[in-house]
Design a protein around this ligand. Structure first.
Ligand SMILES: [Mg+2]
Length: 178
């Protein structure tokens, strides 16, 4: 899976899809700027027959952009960032729209909030995991669920189970998690 973070154009995405065709690319994520819906649709038409899915939506703000992505048949998987779209309420709206079109929703980002959202969604088969401890720094929150054999357990405590990391008040530099 290749996360391209809005940094390619149509021509370059097609070129890369051909150059990487022997590497079993499962999906190409957010290759274009988020509002370039027609470009996403054209890429999907070209890449899907090659066995490559097109995903996007991480930089949509509110659920309205997801209506565009769905109605214009732009992507195979919707990937809202729950914070950018408007929280759990907006995520539920996106999942409701997606369910009517049989489009999976795999939210951007890892941590307690997307894990709770995925567990509560009938259209979200997997969650993303970002190793917040990889750089050896101090994450913003403690009690971060860590996957074991590909699965996480979420807490039933308030605030999605998060607590602010007290080390942050001692001048320890946090590791960005978003
Ligand atoms: Mg992403």
């Amino acid at each position: 899976m290749l996360d391209c973070y809005m940094s390619w154009d149509e021509e370059y995405t097609i070129l890369m899809a051909h150059k990487l065709k022997d590497y079993a690319i499962r999906w190409i994520e957010e290759p274009l700027m988020p509002e370039f819906y027609d470009g996403y649709r054209r890429l999907k038409d070209i890449l899907n027959p090659m066995g490559i899915l097109v995903t996007g939506g991480e930089h949509e703000f509110t659920h309205y952009g997801f209506r565009e992505l769905i109605e214009k048949n732009c992507v195979n998987i919707l990937q809202p960032d729950i914070g950018r779209t408007g929280g759990i309420t907006a995520f539920k709206k996106i999942c409701a729209m997606a369910s009517a079109y049989n489009i999976p929703v795999i939210p951007h980002g890892s941590g307690c909030v997307p894990y709770h959202a995925v567990i509560s969604s009938t259209v979200s088969p997997i969650a993303e995991y970002i190793d917040v401890y990889a750089d050896g720094g101090s994450p913003h929150f403690i009690h971060e669920p860590i996957p074991i054999n590909g699965f996480v357990e979420v807490a039933d405590t308030p605030g999605f189970g998060y607590e602010l990391n007290p080390e942050l008040s001692t001048g320890v530099k946090p590791v960005p998690i978003w």
